[in-house]
Design a protein around this ligand. Sequence first.
Ligand code: SF4
Length: 610
Amino acid sequence: MYGWNGRFLRVNLSKMKAVAKEYDAKIAKNFLGGRGFAAKILWNELKPGTDPLSPKNKLVFAAGPLTGFALPSSGKLVVAAKSPLTGSYGDGNIGTFAAVQMRKAGYDAIIVEGKSEKPVVLLVQDRQIEFLDARDLWGLNSFETESNLRRIYGPSAGVLTIGQAGENLVKFANIVCQEGRAGGRPGIGAVMGSKNLKAVVTMGSGDLPVAYPKELKKLGAEAYREILTKPPYAFWKKQGTMMTVEWSQENSVLPTYNYREGVFKKAEAIGGFAMEKIKVSQRGCPHCNMTCGNVVKDSYRRESELDYENVAMLGSNIGLDHLRRVAALNRAADEFGLDTISLGNVLGFAMEASEKGLIEEKVSWGKFKATNALIEDIAYRRGLGNMLAEGVRFAAENIGGNSSRWAMHVKGLEITGYDCHAAPAMALAFATSSIGAHHKDAWVISWEMKVGRERYSEKKVDKVIEFQRIRGGVFEALTMCRLPWIELGFELEWYTKFLHAATGLEITWKDLNVIADRLYTLIRAFWVREFGKNWTTEMDVPPARWFEEPLTKGPMKGAKLDRAKYDVMLSKYYRKRGWDERGIPTKTTLRKLGLEEVAKQLKKRVKLYD
Ligand code: SF4
């Protein structure tokens, strides 16, 4: 095989053993890499009902066939496991040297199983695997852990760590690297913590197998040049995703006061232009010339890397209008290894619950110091923080009242930074995303604003599926960043050319879409297998707030979603995906995608139709 190393590294922490094994080439061709590999491995190897925080869960670090080559935005990997937050398949991607180094060490994925008796660091240095005592690192935050390891292994080593949140099994703990790049929203950091795995260090010195090296090198150089010529490039370099704050405000989709509103009075104070004034440098993922991490000094003069999601969620959504303070909360979250999106979501929920008298604790909108202290309590699971550490779904079930109507999640995963009172296609995208509410699979909201936000059309259903294929399927399996394409208009044809030069295979976009459908359907099967008879179409519906409580401010005042029309869109979505009226893949669809084995297993849990 070219492109792929053809080898997975399987690590058993209970036995302190690691074995490298070749995998079937069919897996590469059918699932590509990244999310595709993770979904296939977790489907094959986890029994339904596995406790996500038990040694039986598996933690997968998976890259794609282009990872590690000098190609735009190709330095990413996917981290995946059964999620303790949602109870089903969960993953996230991270831009990290660990991706490049893992591939150069000769592995397309690392699968971690079991549990170490004491804290360890897994060191993967080409064929040499070591388990290092990490008792001295346990209790340190993610930045301290990384800098300790970097002192030993140098600046180019790949280092992935957890902070105290992962150690304390916070259900939305993530995995952090390079002081602010993070991934694994659905609690993949907690899975790592449950295995007593404090960090993974990867170092590789090998060459990646490539079919046409000269062609790939030439293509890479052309592609980097092409990115520089794209008209939005110059402004992107100034603001990156931070420009979205102003855009969201203009379009009434900026999450504000726990998604009650889509506009924030002080949006300007936390927007892209405000950020430009305090920016001190820019960081990015390996092999990327778009470097979108805007580094600012926070209110304690520490560096903090901002992007739209963390500013929207830790700014307007909790009523905080001071950017350096938002940056300080963001820095705290990164240090503890807390997902900033879920964090902003649970904080907004707690503030609303306090305002409504549903909890005894006083948690007020926009209060910086108290919020900073509450973040620490979440990371250490103290007091109210202990309940919030379980995620917003659990918190709502716990405090009762009608709070589940405004607990902003889908399938247990907190919604990201877009209010959808007046964005039905984006609401559908959130509701049908493969890991719970996340924008990465189908960020259709910008397109939706252009085509008419009030419509519930079939075209919108098609767009959600199209984007889920490209973004949630192909980019996540390639583990390449979607931003060159979606933000700058870097053409999709580049990727099939890259694949041809790297693998020697003629893979068309039609083929890639089939792979995307395969992995999307497999992940859906994973959800259905987990929930069995408890699986319901209500799991594909966004929070009640968007249907029941209209916006009270801004140009979209009075807007809310229409449940009957939403349901029609959802039915069309199922039909187009080849899933039945319950949202369960049919036998025919599974067969068509080469997932006959999946059908056999699924049949034991639910009735399958043709
Ligand atoms: S655009 Fe941003 S997120 Fe994407 S690879 Fe570059 S630095 Fe990373």
